[in-house]
Write a protein that binds this ligand. Sequence first.
Ligand SMILES: Nc1ncnc2c1ncn2[C@@H]1O[C@H](COP(=O)(O)OP(=O)(O)O)[C@@H](O)[C@H]1O
Ligand SMILES: [Mg+2]
Length: 416
Amino acid sequence: MANECLHPSAAALEATPIAPLPRISLQAFCETADLAATLNDAANDRRMERTHVKVNMGGAPAAVEAYRTSPTPNVIVIESSAPRGEMLEQLGALAEFCDAGTKVVVIGRHNDIALYRELMARAVSEYLVQPIGVMEFIAALSQLYNQEAAAPVGRVIAVSGCKGGVGSSCVAHNLAWSIARDLDSATVIVDLDMAFGTTGLDFNQDPPQGIAEAVFSPDRLDANLLDRLLSKCSEKLSILTAPATVERVYDLAETAFDPLIEILRGSTPHIVLDIPHVWTAWSRRLLSTADETLIVASPELASLRNAKSLLDNLRAARRNDPAPRVVLNGVGMPKRPEITIEDFGKGLELEPVAVLPFNAKLFGGASNNGQMIAEVEDGAKIAAIFDDLARLATGRAAVKRERKGFLEPLLAVLKG
Ligand SMILES: Nc1ncnc2c1ncn2[C@@H]1O[C@H](COP(=O)(O)OP(=O)(O)O)[C@@H](O)[C@H]1O
Ligand SMILES: [Mg+2]
C-alpha cells in the first residue's frame, strides 16, 4: 500500500504531461553515485532547462555544512539512507539554516508511509523512495511547483512527414479531430507550414488572422490575443491557421514558437502541431520537445531512409520521452512499387503504430469538401485507425478490437 502512495506507476507518468519547471535553483546532496547520476540526467531534461541544478555528494551533513554560511536555494534535495530517528535529526539540523521559502525534498530508502507523514508534518515538501527514475524525480518536482496552477497542462503532439506529400497534415488533422470528438478533449491544431499550410482548406475555414499574428507580435501575445486568433471548427476543436501566402519569407528563429506553445499548454489539453517537411532549428526543436512525436512515412525507399535518420536523431534528443512513432500512410497505391510493411518495419527496427491504405477517392473527396475522413460515409474503417492513433498519442489505452498485430487494421480495410 505504501508503495502505491509513494510511487506513481510508469503508465501514470506517461499519460500525464509533466509541466516544465520554473526558473529555480536546486542543490542536491547525494550519498550514492547512482542518485547523483539520475539527478544529473534529470538536469539535462528539457523540462528542467530553466532550472539551475547543482549536484553534490556528502548527504545531509554536507548540506548542513554548506548552508551554515551561505543562503539556501529554492530546492534542497537530500539523500538519506539513515533510519527514521537519525534522518529526522539530520533534517532538524538542516532546518536551522534553511531560508524561508526553501523547499526540502528527501530521498530515502524506507518505503514507510508513517515516516512519509512525519516528514510532511515537518514541512518537508516531498519524500521519494530509492530507486527513483529520472522522470519520476522530474514529475515530483514539477508537481511541487504546479500544484496550484488552475489551468490544465496541455499535451503537445508533433506530426511531421519524412518526405513532402506523404499525408502528414492529413494525419495530423484527422488525429486532432478524433481527439476532440471521440476523446471529448479540447484540441488545437497549429499549422506551422506558414507559406503553404492547408489546415484552413481542410476544415473549410478562411479566418483573416492566424499563427502569423502570434509569431510576429510576440510582445502582444497572451491568452486573450491567442483566443481571438483561433478559429473554432467544432465544440472541442480549434485551429490556428497558417497565412499560406508567399508574400513574405519565413526564416524563423529556433524558439520562434515557444511563447505560443507555452500559452497553449496552459489552456488546452491537446495541442497537435502540423509541422511541414523541413529540417530547421525550430522544426527540430518542436519535434524533439513535444510530448509525443509522430513521423508519417510512405512505403518507399526515400521515406525509409529519411525516417531512419529522423528516428536516430530524435531518439537521441528525446532520451526521457517516448521515442518517436511511425505512421505508414498511402499503402497500396496502384502501380507504385512499394516496400512491404514488414520490410519497412524491419528496416526501421520499429513497427509502425498505424498503417493507412491509399485511397485517392476517399482522401481526395474529404479534402475537396473540407471534411475529415470520419465525416465521409465510407471512411469508417480508416476513421477507426485514426481513433486508435488518437488514443495512443494521448496516452490512453487502445480500444480492444479483435486484432493480432499492426497489419490487421490495414488488412481489414483492404478486404473491405
Ligand atoms: N492515404 C491516402 N490515400 C490517398 N491520398 C492521400 C492519403 N493521405 C493523404 N492523401 C492526400 O495526399 C495529399 C498530401 O497530403 P498532405 O497531408 O498535405 O501531405 P504532407 O502534409 O505530408 O505534405 C493530399 O491531397 C491528401 O488528400
Ligand atoms: Mg503538410
